[in-house]
Design a protein around this ligand. Structure first.
Ligand code: ADP
Ligand code: TRP
Length: 324
């Protein structure tokens, strides 16, 4: 039987190296897993918890669609769509909210982290994990590839599925499992986790002088040029490893350990590799951006396929709960 894989990405800004190596790369690779049925979507409902400017939200949605397609998402292999094009998910979220205790949501780390960072504690932000559970359950997803920060949400989804099935004495909802993305933490230019909210990102679309400035600003220690350097603790090296081949990585590691290579030169090597790695993507993205109608069509076709599945599950849930 096919393994349904599902993941969503929020259109809340420009995508960066952390998003690519931490999430998108795996999503795209999973397209070719034998027996996989991948569903990927742009979580625009979720982004409304933070992006409250209509033009910006539209721009970010288009941006994420262009990014995924330019990075290799194949709409013949994966169902790719916009979350809000499948409004059934909001109906299922309501049903789940009625079988879920407040205590479960009150334990959510992401809500606590986001409000601690100053985000307005809206009902939507609190309800976020219920909508995410509906996203996962409505497609009867088995595997959910996410970063560490989302694992708790998948565990909450398992609980919500069980509450629903127990209360209504049915087996409609399928228990999903989180699949941890391989690259745990890509450092930003300041050495902290690369994140839009820390302003320390290297964005996938950056090029030329802007990219150079970012790369040259990666934080290093003050080991003098002639001294040996420790690749394991160096942010430049951590980023280089992601974009260079294993041989090139070994070569740079040897140069670090031998001494004689300055951080300025290491950063230039990093810059060249980032350019080489992402140049084809940037070109493809520019071409795709000339034909946004095509991009829109891909999302609509994806939504039609996703919606057929979502409707089926929703009908089963309605029957089980007495709504029909
Ligand atoms: P941001 O922190 O920039 O707001 P998101 O929370 O939107 O990023 O993350 C989207 C996806 O990218 C998630 O699956 C997350 O785990 C992954 N991701 C984001 N930043 C990094 C990083 N620095 N290292 C590894 N993965 C990351
Ligand atoms: N909350 C996820 C994030 O911020 C995005 C998301 C929404 C998601 N719905 C999902 C991820 C369902 C996986 C499955 O990264």
């Amino acid at each position: 039987m096919a393994t349904r894989i599902l993941s969503g990405v929020q259109p809340s800004g420009q995508l960066h190296l952390g998003n690519y190596f931490g999430a998108i790369k795996q999503h795209i690779e999973l397209q070719d897993l034998p027996g996989a049925e991948p569903y990927y979507f742009i979580a625009d409902f979720h982004a409304m918890t933070t992006v409250q400017d209509a033009a910006k939200l539209r721009e970010f949605v288009t941006g994420v669609a262009l990014d995924y397609l330019a990075l290799g998402l194949d709409s013949k292999k994966a169902v790719f769509f916009r979350q809000s094009d499948v409004p059934e998910v909001a109906e299922l979220a309501w049903m789940l909210s009625c079988v879920t205790g407040m205590g479960l949501l009150e334990r959510a780390h992401s809500y606590k982290d986001k409000t601690a960072k100053g985000l307005k504690p809206s009902v939507g932000l609190f309800y976020y994990p219920v909508l995410m559970a509906a996203d996962i359950l409505i497609y009867k997803s088995k595997l959910v590839p996410v970063g560490q920060d989302q694992v708790q949400h998948v565990e909450m989804t398992q609980d919500m599925a069980q509450y629903f099935n127990n209360i209504y004495g049915c087996e409609v909802l399928v228990r999903p499992e989180a699949k941890l993305n391989e690259t745990a933490k890509v450092p930003g230019v300041d050495g902290e986790k690369m994140s839009k909210s820390y302003g320390n990102t290297i964005d996938l679309q950056m090029e030329g002088a802007e990219l150079k400035k970012r790369v040259m600003s990666v934080k290093t220690d003050s080991t003098p040029v002639d001294q040996p350097k420790n690749p394991e603790t160096c942010n430049v090296f951590a980023l280089y490893k992601l974009v260079a081949s294993p041989e090139e990585t070994k070569e740079l590691e040897a140069q670090y350990r031998a001494g004689g290579l300055g951080y300025g030169d290491a950063k230039k090597k990093l810059l060249a590799k980032i350019d080489e790695f992402f140049e084809p993507y940037r070109e493809t993205r520019k071409d795709l951006a000339k034909n946004l109608d095509h991009v829109e069509q891909v999302l609509r076709d994806g939504a039609a396929r996703a919606r057929a599945v979502a409707r089926q599950t929703l009908d089963e849930c309605k029957k089980a709960s007495g709504l029909s």
